[in-house]
Ligand binder design. Structure first.
Ligand SMILES: [Zn+2]
Length: 68
């Protein structure tokens, strides 16, 4: 699994309106296949956080602890 160049956290995969993106939730840096890194706008980021929170409440997530 790739890691973020900035914070060394594991990159996650998300579905942004049907587009598969890989990136770092903490740094808000994302990439699509064949595209450069970019930031999601604030509204998209908030929606993404809420989506992940909703998913976490549905099933017990596998928690990956960082080294900190
Ligand atoms: Zn990061």
């Amino acid at each position: 699994m790739d890691q973020c160049n900035h914070c060394q956290q594991e990159l996650i995969g998300i579905d942004n309106r049907g587009e598969r993106l890989t990136g770092c939730l903490s740094c808000n840096l994302w990439s699509a296949p064949g595209e450069k890194l970019f930031e999601l706008c604030a509204e998209d980021l908030v929606a993404l956080h809420e989506l992940r929170r909703a998913e976490a409440s549905k099933r017990m997530p596998q928690v990956h602890r960082s080294s900190s």
